[in-house]
Design a protein around this ligand. Structure first.
Ligand code: SF4
Ligand code: SF4
Length: 483
């Protein structure tokens, strides 16, 4: 018998992601496959729009096969998305700092045994060059990524890089929010990241199934399942109250990972009073040395759509992110079903933004050092125009972080439906900045009706008037307004 007892408020990984509870939940869900009464009861919960679902309720829905149940879930997902997030889609770009790594994750080309991939670590001068290129594209929000390497990528290197990124002001450009995706670390290091002014700390669990996790991470510090799983707790203890989670769908049974992901979110609420700020939705894909077809748990499109919509209704308060791993048609579908943040114009190799901006192409090393193959190769301008034509308002907003709306403060505003009052006008103003400073004439044209429509949707007349005034000031060269 396991030494662990399920306790969502515990600080011990085996207790809040309790294997027996995950397995019992899946068994309970499978026993209730086709139980229309229970499904109806769950989907009719009066508090669903605000509080979402428990892991047991979500698991019951996950195993349903009746398409009419899924149509109900899709409709609810769209309604929740509209209510909390409006039409805005937040834009960001990843910036890979270093692909040196001491770990051996079998699904990632940066694993230490891979001798064929070019290895690179950006100097501070190279980071400055990349940041200028990213600013010239129009980005305001970055997610920095680095392999785990205590000697080559120590915390001091990450902190110095964050300082460099925030210090670059090129023309009207500025990176206003740096999210950080680095390996699990100590409370002290999280505190230092917090003091450096990071936005969200992002760490993917990859899989919550401990046995599978240990098979996929045979060597290196990341092989310690408990240390990795308890990282978000240490981040919170270090003062970071916006954390971003995710699993890499395809590594393990999706029912296990979905259920445990929801349990992890419940754990953060139980222990710290605030759930994850974001959940990312990656699924395994090809890269140098990695063949996604060798992973038997691969997720087909139809199932990925279900998982996305179900997550949307399970954790309504959490932003959902999709990367350029997905092709445009899939991104379009997932945006409808709940995704609120996407990357655009991304490079998934170390360096690449500056070289492409200057020469129109990547170097050979950059071409062969991507962490995963990009399936959406459009420029940021093309992605922005595409979003406008789909009726969304692309947003470069970073206001919450700058206004101290983080952690439980952010969550309570979101649950009260108040954050949308900020998101709408902020999206209009940051889009306006983008249009003036970086957009093509076609994109500017596509934005005109969307901005008019969005202005008309601002419910408070005082806010609307202020927003219009700020738009005029942006036209006259001022920047960085926010609600
Ligand atoms: Fe290293 Fe991260 Fe890749 Fe694992 S997933 S090999 S830790 S870079
Ligand atoms: Fe995000 Fe806050 Fe801006 Fe809304 S107002 S887009 S929640 S940063």
């Amino acid at each position: 018998m396991s030494e662990f007892v399920y306790n969502p408020a515990s600080s011990v990984a085996g207790e809040f992601i309790n294997d027996a509870e995950v397995c019992a939940t899946i068994e309970y869900a499978l026993q209730n496959k086709g139980n229309t009464g229970l499904v109806d009861e769950i989907l009719s919960k009066p508090s669903i729009m605000k509080d979402g679902l428990t892991h047991r309720e979500a698991a019951v829905l996950l195993v349903q096969e009746d398409q009419s149940v899924w149509e109900r879930i899709y409709a609810l997902a769209k309604e929740i998305k509209r209510k909390y997030y409006g039409n805005r889609i937040v834009m960001f770009a990843p910036l890979y700092l270093s692909n040196y790594c001491v770990n051996s994750c079998v699904y990632c080309p940066y694993h230490r045994q891979n001798k064929s991939i070019p290895r690179k670590k950006l100097t501070q001068e190279e980071i400055a060059r990349e940041v200028i290129a990213l600013q010239d594209m129009g980005h305001k929000r970055l997610a920095i990524e680095a392999g785990e390497h205590p000697e080559l990528n120590p915390i001091e290197y990450i902190l110095e890089s964050i300082d460099t990124i925030y210090s670059i002001k090129h023309k009207n450009g500025a990176i206003r929010r740096v999210n950080v995706n680095i390996a699990a670390t100590t409370v002290e290091n999280y505190r230092r990241l917090h003091e450096a002014g990071i936005g969200t700390y992002i760490l993917f669990q990859e899989t919550y199934n401990k046995r599978r996790y240990e098979m996929l991470h045979p060597h290196g510090p990341k092989s310690d399942y408990a240390y990795h799983t308890e990282a978000m707790d240490r981040a919170q203890e270090g003062g970071i109250d916006d954390v971003g989670m995710g699993v890499l769908f395809g590594l393990s049974d999706y029912k296990y990972d979905f259920t445990a992901l929801v349990m992890h979110a419940e754990h953060l609420v139980a222990r710290f009073g605030v759930g994850p700020h974001t959940i990312s939705l990656p699924r395994i894909c090809d890269a140098d040395d990695i063949d996604s077809k060798s992973f038997e748990n691969g997720i087909p499109d139809w199932l990925f759509e279900r998982i996305t919509a179900l997550l949307r209704i399970t954790v309504p308060y959490t932003g959902m992110i999709i990367s350029t791993r997905e092709r445009p048609s899939m991104r379009r579908r997932l945006l409808e079903l709940g995704v609120s943040q996407i990357s655009g114009g991304s490079k998934t190799s170390v360096g690449g933004y500056a070289d492409e901006a200057e020469t129109g192409r990547l170097t050979e090393d950059e071409e062969h050092s991507a962490q995963f193959d990009v399936n959406d190769n459009r420029t940021l301008d093309e992605v922005v125009r595409w979003l406008l034509e789909l009726g969304y308002i692309p947003s470069f907003c970073t206001a919450c972080y700058k206004s101290g709306r983080t952690g439980d403060r952010f969550m309570s505003l979101l649950k009260a439906g108040q954050i949308a009052n900020c998101c709408g006008p902020n999206a209009i103003m940051t889009l306006k900045e983008y249009l003036i400073d970086y957009a093509s004439p076609e994109t500017r044209k596509a934005a005109v009706p969307v901005i008019q429509r969005e202005l008309g949707l601002i419910p408070n007349p005082v806010t609307k008037e202020k927003c219009e005034t700020m738009l005029e000031r942006i036209e006259h060269g001022e920047r960085d307004f926010r609600f």
